[in-house]
Structures are given as C-alpha cells and as structure tokens.
Design a protein around this ligand. Structure first.
Ligand SMILES: [Zn+2]
Length: 459
C-alpha cells in the first residue's frame, strides 16, 4: 500500500462479481483484440481474497472485506440495504423484499416506497429527478436483472446506463459521494459455465467502467476502483483438446463460435416454444451451434421452464466451450489472486504489488479521510452495557423468533429496537437512528449493538 494517499472527494468502487482473468482476456479477444478494455489502463496490483475460515472466497465475506476492512467468516455479510439510508439503489431482486418470502414477514417494498422515488423501467429511471432513487428492474420473475445479451433495454437499463444515472444523481451532493457498482451476472454465467454469458456481461461491465472513468477524468477529484471479489469457474483459453496443438491455436478458432451467439444459453432457453419443437432452429439462430438428436432429447426432457434454463446452460455451455477450445474446472468459485484496477488523478498513490482484500478498505478509508474502527466503536455500541451506564433497565423480547426486540426502560420512557433496522420506537412512536441495530444471536441474547444516538434517547 502507498504510504501517502491524499483525499479524494468521490470514490467509485466497481465489483465484477466472479470475474476471472481469463474471462477478461477472452472478452478483449472477442471484442477484436486490438482495442484495450477500459479496465486495461487501470491495472495496478494483485489482490489476495479469502475468508477467515476457508481459502476460496464467497461474495458475502469478500464484500465485507472491501466495505469494513475485516476478514469475515464465510456466510456472513456486513451490509444492509433498505434501512442504510443510501441515496441511490438501482438493481433487481424485488421478489426478495416482499413479505411472503421473508422470515421476518416485513414488507420492505412498502418501506422503500415511503423513502424513495421507485422506478421499474429504463425511461422512468432516466426521467427521475429525485435525490432518493430506487430502481427495481428485472425480467426473470423479478429475481435478477437477466444477462446483458438477453436484456429488454426498455425494461432493464444497462449497467452503464445505471452507472451514469447514479453518478448524475449523487454528484449533486457537494460533500462528495461513494458509489458501489456490481456486475453480478458475470458470476452467474461463470457458475453456469456459459462462456457467452461471461463475455457478454464482462463486456457490459467494462462499458460501465468507461462511464465511471470518463466522469473521474473530468471531475479530477474522483478515484475509481475496479476489483472482483473472487475467481469463478476456472475458465481457461485452451482446454484438454489443446494439450497438444495449443501453440498453433488460431484466434478465429476461439472467437468465431462465441461471436455467432447473440443470446446466453439461458436466453436461448427462454426463446424455445412451449412444445419444444423448435430447439434445433432456436439454438442455431441464437447460439450458432448445431445440436445433435441426443442433445435435443436432453433439452426436451427438462421438467419445467426453470429446469429448461439449467439444462440449456449445461448442454449448450459445454458445447460452446468445446467449440471455442475453452476449459472450465468447476461450477464454483476459485481461490487465485485477483486483479486490481484503479483510476486515480494521483497515479503514484495507487496500490501496487500483491495486497490483501482488506487493504482495499484501508485505501478507501484514506481516500475518504475516515476511520472505520472509530466509526465502528461509535455506531455499534454494546447495548446492555451502554444503557446500564445510563441507569436504564434492559430486557430482550424473543416472543417472535424472526423479529427479536431489545426493550429499554428508564422512568416513564420505553424504547424498543428491532434487529437490522435503523429505527427506535420511543413510547410507541418511530424515530430514525443514524445507524443500524444489530443482534448477533450469540451468548444468550447479550450481543445487541446500537448506534450512539440510540443511547442518547434514554436521557
Ligand atoms: Zn461473488
């Protein structure tokens, strides 16, 4: 890490989820191989990325390391979306905010609508003038945005359009901003071993990097950090079939099959007709491959629309990989070092060499002139001890297991705090807090944490 890192007004951190270096190389070749990717000029270091209890990272602990500067256990995440008070949130997954799929049965869409201008298509997003903007986009039953190649541009904005809108909205804040942009479907395509999806979504992500870097170059006070959270799939250019002959493998052998595909394998599945009589035609037209009778039979046997997607990804992804001489070693994440890309107006102050993933948080800390440890001490105070010091009585209400409540009494005042919310209920009336209330569920309910202004409420 560089010793001196000067402050920056704005930081944009961009995370191409599950992007392996070979996927980046492949995207550059498919794009023509001459023009560099937007990321290329920013490459500056390698990053070690692993959780505290394993050697291959998952998205949650990896994201926590970037956000909090702490190596977390797998399965744990230090983030909260709805109650965190963000100004702009654009993405998919509306389904997961609805009471019927939530353990706590809370209607988070209602909470969001009370605090944000909520938009659900590209035109509405572009037209919104609100400083508090939430976008719920997505075609697949609102669970995700869908792959870039399969996207309906009227319903789902591209990642570069979302980045552009987020910067336009946030940059009106004179104090500066922090923006996190995630290219999430790169990871999904890698899990599915679909090289078409990998290349399509890295390409879309790289265009968003252009938008961010163009802004940073004009602004002269913005740093752009691009770093994945972990590798995925073990994608390789060259596979078992090129063990001999790799040194004469021509570019066209790799990129020509990929270029013929205009939809991902999942997108192809969605285009097959209801009686599945046009599998060969749809695959030929949108994936550029000729499927065998065996392959048609496998696809035809899919149980339902969702299974059809999985089967198409398995059959067509493997077929494309074989055609383009690509290898995959796993359907899971991989543990190699990952690439760090940084645009900074002060080039000499970029991290270099091999750094830890937690160093990314330390770097942002320096850029933003903040102290995460001091902030943690202020905003996550151990509630029982802090309230007891104020002469208040504390009890825990676990009558609804999915919604435990911390109850604090002093004189005629009753304060109630629910976990994972930045809200206090003072004598029955809701008051907004500056941070979240956390309950860790460890040690018999003692570990409740509250922000400093929650403690002041007993006065
Ligand atoms: Zn991830």
């Amino acid at each position: 890490m560089p010793a001196n890192v000067g402050p920056a007004k704005n930081v944009i951190i961009m995370i191409p989820d599950g992007m392996s270096v070979a996927g980046t190389t492949l995207t550059r070749w498919v794009d023509g191989g001459v023009k560099p990717l937007a990321m290329d000029e920013l490459a500056c270091a390698l990053v070690r990325s692993y959780p505290s209890d394993a050697i291959i990272n998952d998205s949650a602990p990896a994201g926590t390391a970037y956000a909090c500067g702490i190596t977390a256990q797998t399965g744990n995440i230090g983030e909260q979306e709805v109650y965190a008070g963000f100004d702009v949130v654009l993405g998919g997954g509306q389904k997961f905010f609805q009471p019927d799929v939530r353990k706590d049965k809370e209607d988070l869409v209602k909470v969001i609508k009370a605090n944000y201008d909520v938009v659900t298509d590209t035109a509405a997003m572009k037209a919104s003038k609100s400083a508090k903007l939430w976008g719920f986009f997505g075609m697949n039953g609102s669970t995700d945005l869908g792959y870039d190649l399969d996207r309906d541009p009227a319903l789902v904005p591209s990642i570069s359009e979302m980045t552009d809108k987020a910067i336009a909205t946030l940059s009106s804040n004179k104090k500066g901003f922090v923006l996190m942009v995630e290219g999430s479907l790169i990871d999904w395509a890698a899990h599915a071993n679909d090289p078409v999806g990998i290349v399509g979504d890295i390409n879309a992500f790289d265009k968003a990097v252009t938008v961010a870097v163009d802004y940073a170059k004009k602004d002269k006070n913005t740093v752009v950090i691009v770093v994945t959270d972990h590798g995925n799939s073990g994608i390789s250019i060259g596979n078992a079939s090129t063990s001999s002959g790799y040194d004469t493998l021509k570019l066209s052998a790799v990129v020509d099959p990929l270029k013929k595909a205009t939809r991902t394998a999942q997108g192809v599945a969605d285009l097959i007709n209801a009686d599945r009589s046009d599998i060969a035609e749809v695959v030929a037209q949108y994936f550029g491959l000729t499927v065998s009778d065996d392959e048609i039979a496998k696809i035809k046997a899919a149980k339902d629309a969702n299974d059809l997607r999985y089967v198409c990804q398995a059959v067509l992804g493997a077929k494309m990989a074989a055609a383009a001489k690509l290898g995959f070693t796993t359907g899971g994440h991989t543990g190699e070092d990952i690439e760090l890309y940084v645009y900074s107006p002060k080039t000499a102050e970029r991290p270099m060499g091999v750094v830890m993933n937690t160093d990314i948080a330390r770097y942002m800390e320096k850029l933003l002139g903040t102290d995460l440890r001091a902030l943690t001490a202020r905003q996550f105070q151990l509630a029982p001890a802090a309230f007891a010091a104020k002469g208040a009585a504390v009890r825990f209400d676990f009558s609804d297991k999915a919604n435990p409540v911390l109850v604090v009494m002093k004189g005629s005042k009753e304060l109630k705090f629910r976990q994972n919310k930045s809200v206090a209920i003072v004598n029955g009336k809701e008051t907004r807090l500056s941070g979240l209330v956390l309950y860790t569920g460890i040690a018999g309910g003692e570990n409740w944490y509250v922000p400093e202004d929650a403690i002041e409420l007993v006065n």
